[in-house]
Design a protein around this ligand. Structure first.
Ligand SMILES: C[S@@+](CC[C@H](N)C(=O)[O-])C[C@H]1O[C@@H](n2cnc3c(N)ncnc32)[C@H](O)[C@@H]1O
Length: 425
């Protein structure tokens, strides 16, 4: 008889069962950790924010550095406010995040987990550059994420900050992660599912996030809102409510990352969780509450039935907490991280995120190409149209998601008029 270790099947299995083959096991679920060779050969060492660390053959993406910067800053801020910081890095790869949470966020303890045991040597070697294992500031484990999270819950060993940096969709980790995070603690989640946010797999987004997503011109913002919405729904099942501190999209992947604060209690009344209706005819979007679902029509008066595109339910509130981002920005300044003027400038990113937090701005970003194509003119320079929109008394900001997009409370018809007028000057 072949003994199949059932621990990789469910976090709650404890008994070893025996079956002749996996196919005979009625509970068998295929589970695979991506092979370490998934990322083709790369240099053995990398440098990030002054840290030299080993990568070996683990999964590591240089392009995710900004997502790591944001996590490290947010965790450091948490430590500043709460005096204590225990981090669970549930899918740590080579351990770069764990290393940075220890060294930069000054975490008191980090549990660095990756299901792939072959990562062990690299993780231990990297974390040993901060402190020796005997000092007890970190521990490495190799369980599947849901198991390590569920064990924290069972042992009532809650963590202040949990980072789940998965491939694909994170939604299958939500439940265990909510149970493992301290109340008032932070959960940093990921999705790399650009097909779902683009509206190309509505049944998949429905399964993963409970949201039926159709193609919209601001699909990458939809990706963030779908992720937050999925978390809101899953949290409320367990009696928690979550609010986003920041939401970050990066086209490298693509990657959607959201930092959520988790608290006890049902979502407050009037929670920003509902549907969005985009009118293809006039180009405006409006959130729709659940009770108004049956009465959708666009103020532009279109009677073309195919013009209205409804998606959801998803998060319809602000993508970020401007105050938290403001604190992260000042901390980044204290650390000398600002003003390097490079393409991936953190200062520019954080300022854009703060500006786009204004709740009066449009639900999604508006690509200048969309305004130009509706106005049938060449696209005006972004600073020119922004200043013209502002002069007309509207609020406007750039979007951190797209370099050529704005968020504004100026209706599309007015944007079109302004774009046309600018071309006549
Ligand atoms: C995107 S990589 C992590 C990268 C790393 N956080 C970083 O910033 O460089 C995802 C990692 O999760 C691991 N993994 C995949 N499925 C897992 C699971 N169910 N539980 C725990 N680890 C898993 C993989 O071995 C891989 O190293």
């Amino acid at each position: 008889m072949v003994s199949l270790c059932p621990t990789i099947l469910s976090p709650f299995h404890t008994k070893t069962l025996t079956y002749n083959s996996p196919a005979q096991n009625p509970n068998h679920r295929p589970f695979s950790v991506p092979p370490l060779t998934a990322v083709a050969s790369r240099s053995h060492y990398e440098t990030e924010r002054g840290f030299d660390f080993e990568v070996g053959d683990t999964f590591f993406r240089h392009e995710s550095a900004t997502g790591r910067d944001l996590g490290v800053l947010a965790a450091a801020l948490y430590k500043k406010c709460n005096d204590k910081l225990r981090v669970l890095d549930a899918m740590c790869g080579c351990g770069i995040r764990s290393l940075r949470y220890l060294a930069e966020s000054k975490a008191d303890f980090v549990l660095a987990n990756d299901a792939n045991e072959d990562c062990n040597g690299v993780i231990v070697s990297n974390l040993s550059t901060v402190s020796s294992e005997e000092e007890g500031r970190w521990k490495v484990s190799h369980s599947i994420a849901n198991r390590v999270l569920a064990e924290r819950y069972v042992e009532r060993d809650y963590f202040d900050f949990i980072d789940v940096d998965s491939f694909g969709s994170d939604s299958s980790f939500f439940r265990c992660a909510f149970d493992a995070v301290k109340l008032g603690g932070l959960l940093y989640v990921t999705s790399t599912d650009g097909f779902s946010s683009g509206g190309h797999r509505p049944n998949h987004s429905l399964a993963a996030y409970g949201a039926y997503i159709r193609p919209l011109p601001y699909s990458n913002e939809i990706g963030l809102r779908m992720l937050i919405g999925g978390a809101v729904r899953e949290a409320s099942v367990l009696g928690y409510h979550v609010s986003p501190l920041f939401s970050y999209y990066s086209y490298h992947g693509p990657v959607f990352r959201v930092l959520l604060r988790v608290n006890r209690g049902k979502p407050p009344h009037g929670m920003h969780y509902g549907f969005i209706c985009y009118c293809d005819s006039c180009g405006n979007s409006q959130p729709i509450s659940w009770d108004k679902l049956g009465q959708m029509n666009c103020p532009c008066g279109t009677d073309a039935p195919d013009s209205l595109v409804v998606c959801g339910p998803l998060w319809t509130g602000p993508l970020h907490c401007a105050d938290y981002l403001g604190e992260m920005l000042s901390l980044a300044g204290e650390w000398g991280w600002l003003g390097n003027g490079t393409k991936n400038d953190l200062e520019k990113l954080l300022n854009r995120m703060i500006n786009e937090s204004d709740p009066t701005l449009s639900f999604g970003y508006i690509q200048l190409d969309e305004i130009a194509s509706r106005a049938k003119v060449n696209s005006p320079p972004i600073v020119t149209i922004m200043s013209a929109i502002q002069q007309e008394g509207y609020a406007v900001s750039r979007s951190h998601i797209s370099n050529n997009a704005i968020k504004t409370n100026c209706p599309m018809a007015e944007c079109i008029r302004i774009a046309k007028e600018l071309r006549q000057l």
